[in-house]
Design a protein around this ligand. Structure first.
Ligand SMILES: *[C@@H]1O[C@H](CO)[C@@H](O)[C@H](O)[C@H]1NC(C)=O
Ligand SMILES: *[C@@H]1O[C@H](CO)[C@@H](O)[C@H](O)[C@H]1NC(C)=O
Ligand SMILES: *[C@@H]1O[C@H](CO)[C@@H](O)[C@H](O)[C@H]1NC(C)=O
Length: 282
């Protein structure tokens, strides 16, 4: 099935590439067919069949506005999350203004440097984002971040690039599908300071140079789960069309020690979070 899916994905990608080259960029905007019954419930991270990604479900034929096939067929793996409901209860984060597009389990590190005052300040983060769209509504969805954190934090590896293997060997995700990476770049609007970026150009939307978003932080609240967990965030797109809004919720870990000795080395602190991306053009 996997080989078949991949073969199909490749074909879809070829078709897509041909169509994309003949169509204006806006033609890629393709509304997701709604899937009121949610994912198929197979328990698999994979779509049940070629074409069984977001483009399938209860509707027999994907609805498209243009000639392009649904973007999601290029991965052949993801489920429609447009009707999924983000749970920010316990916080004052605003409700989304757009429908969810992607839900990624982020597994990585928060990075800190020790300042002269003896406290850590953030120098960014690096995480792999795994597609959990097909797990929405299943019993283990709401505990994903906890099981993922337990596996990542107890691993002897500190390499973020090994997190896919850690997720699968621990059984947290049977066959992890990488959406992309989350990291920091120089703020593209001001040219100074750091901005968070979510970049799917090397994985889920490989080959599409526009499949990224750089966020502007709008809201930042303490994690309702406690002070060991990094804040929950709400951001909007500063540049990029991968999403209009980005939520970091359900955080686990990632906070630095309360104090440090000035001059000591930078540290990385493992964390996991759920990233919900809404809107966007994919
Ligand atoms: C953060 O640490 C990771 C290692 O976990 C590293 O790969 C990444 O480049 C670091 N990012 C920043 C902005 O320091
Ligand atoms: C993560 O692992 C470290 C040991 O590497 C441990 O000290 C720490 O308590 C763990 N964090 C949590 C929240 O379990
Ligand atoms: C944000 O994303 C939307 C949807 O793709 C796009 O229309 C808009 O131009 C983006 N905004 C910025 C500032 O890039």
């Amino acid at each position: 099935m996997f080989t078949l899916t991949k073969t199909f994905a490749l074909l879809a990608l070829l078709v897509q590439t041909q169509l994309a080259s003949a169509a204006p960029a806006q033609a890629r905007q393709t509304p997701r067919p709604s899937s009121p019954n949610g994912p198929s419930g197979s328990g698999s991270q994979f779509a049940s069949a070629p074409g069984g990604g977001r483009g399938s479900g209860s509707t027999s034929t994907p609805t498209t506005t243009g000639s392009s096939p649904p973007q999601d067929l290029t991965t052949g793996t993801a489920c429609d999350v447009s009707t999924a409901s983000i749970d920010t209860s316990g916080t004052t984060l605003p409700a989304p203004s757009f429908a969810p597009s992607f839900i990624g389990l982020g597994v990585g590190t928060q990075n800190y440097t020790c300042g002269s005052a003896g406290t850590y300040t953030s120098t960014g983060a690096f995480a792999e984002l795994f597609d959990v769209s097909c797990l929405v509504g299943q019993s283990d969805f709401t505990s994903l971040q906890t099981t993922a954190f337990a596996a990542w934090n107890s691993s002897t590896s500190t390499s973020v690039t090994s997190t896919s293997d850690i997720m699968s060997s621990s059984g947290v995700l049977s066959s992890p599908i990488t959406l992309g990476q989350h990291y920091f770049i120089t703020n593209p609007l001001t040219g100074s300071g750091l901005s968070p970026k979510w970049d799917f150009t090397s994985n889920a939307l490989a080959g599409d140079a526009d499949a990224f978003v750089v966020g502007t932080k709008v809201d930042d609240v303490a994690a309702p789960t406690g002070s060991a967990d990094v804040d929950w965030l709400y951001l909007t797109n500063a540049t990029g069309i991968l999403a209009n809004e980005i939520y970091r919720i359900d955080t686990q870990g990632g906070q630095p020690p309360a104090s440090c000795t000035a001059g000591t080395a930078d540290i990385t602190v493992k964390y996991t979070a759920m990233y919900w991306l809404t809107g966007g053009s994919f």
